[in-house]
Write a protein that binds this ligand. Sequence first.
Ligand code: AMP
Length: 194
Amino acid sequence: MSDIKNVCVYCGSSSRVDQVYKDAAVSLGHSIAKANWGVVYGGGRVGLMGLVADSALEKGAKVIGIIPEHIQEREVEHNDLTELHVVDSMHTRKQMMVDRSQAFVILPGGLGTLDEFFELITWKQLGLHDKPIVVVNLGGYWTKLLECIDNIASVGFMRQEDKDLFVVVDGEDDVIDALRNAPNEKFDPSTKWI
Ligand code: AMP
């Protein structure tokens, strides 16, 4: 996958987390900038989201933020971005984040990050996009979720091969290579249950 221009990063908006998560956010922002890619993200200054944006900007990357007007205050919109789009709803935000990006990274986060991750993989399962998705399982943060997805496939509520909808890496240092090497494979929704 060589035609990446912007990488969308989904991650937590909380700052009340261990330093290890914050360091990973900063390091990822630096790596994306070094790869000469831009960042697309939720547009706030808070939590890991703000750290990814600041660290990417610091190293000269373009950073595009997309924030709904009703959470502008809570997530404190970032006014030093290359582009800040204030949109009317969560739905518009999510659609625009997907449209403006050619690849996705999931760092540790909370319920919002989970929602975004599941929307991304279900849209890919339905054939609505075929862009690479990398999950950063930092310190095993997502292991229980990944086990839950394994179980869903074992029981038969999803196909075993749909576990390939995303790639898992152990740390932020592996993200750039994982994105560069991600298979450019289109999921065929017509074969979903056949
Ligand atoms: P969190 O992982 O809960 O800290 O949230 C990370 C980001 O996801 C924040 O920018 C939230 O505004 C956003 N978010 C929260 N809930 C949703 C949702 N239902 N759909 C889309 N984004 C959400």
